[in-house]
Design a protein around this ligand. Sequence first.
Ligand code: A2P
Length: 287
Amino acid sequence: MKTLNDFVTLSNGVKLPCLGYGTWQSPKAEAKEGVKEAIRLGYRHIDTALVYGNEDAVGEGIRASGIKRDELFVTTKHWITDRGYEKTIAAVEASLRNLGLDYVDLYLIHWPCVEKVTPEWKEINAATWRGFEKMYRDGKLRAIGLSNFEKKHIDALAETAEIAPMVNQIEFHPGYTQTDNVEYSKKCGMAVEAWSPLGSGAVLKDETLGAIAAKYGKSTAQLCIRFALQCDVIPMPKSVTPARIAQNMDVFDFEITDEDMKAIAAMPELGFSGYRPEEAPADALVG
Ligand code: A2P
């Protein structure tokens, strides 16, 4: 990846820009200004979710940017309270209304339903996915995918899916790289996206990472973003601070060596959110 808007081609041919702007934990006012600033600086890929409570503000930021809709790539996510076919269709319509858009470029199941919630978890995910497939076929969603799915949930969905998911968005940063999940998702034909590529800020004080970043004359945040890119994982760093929004896209003028990539990949666990689909209580799952 050489520039901000180089892209990964999804399995249906849709082009996904290789670096995105994240909005998890951005309150409305900051989300609007942050999105507008990110687009002004050159970001074309914006990631939000119903549960972030800022879809309307993200939509305002997009409109305020003055950039044409078809030059942007907008992702939002389905929430756990909208599971099932009919509710999913209504949820897509609601997110489109919130965003003020006619379509989104990518729509994701935010968290899989799991056995702990109900023995019917497979059927529920399958029904949700049928809703995704309908809205995809209707042209409201240019691409559809998953978030926080692990092998078990991916395999179960594949038993009934008519359209294979195109993306899996998971927590990924130095100190929590979920290598098996990244590899399996790719093997299943999905592009992998990173939420919290900076570990929600928790990895930025790490001295080992700081020392590696310093060798390249870069910040630890830039090292984390570049690390994801070199793992062929699409990072979507969140910041509401203009200088950081600019810094986070300035990651195309250096290359982490193989040796440093290995050292970063081998770091002990650091900055893990604590969220896993089978473990965290459902109402805690927001990442
Ligand atoms: P802020 O939004 O106040 O600028 P992640 O993308 O992993 O969720 O991390 C987001 C967190 O990291 C936010 O707290 C954000 O703060 C902070 N952050 C984002 N970019 C940088 C940066 N370049 N330097 C330091 N902190 C950053």
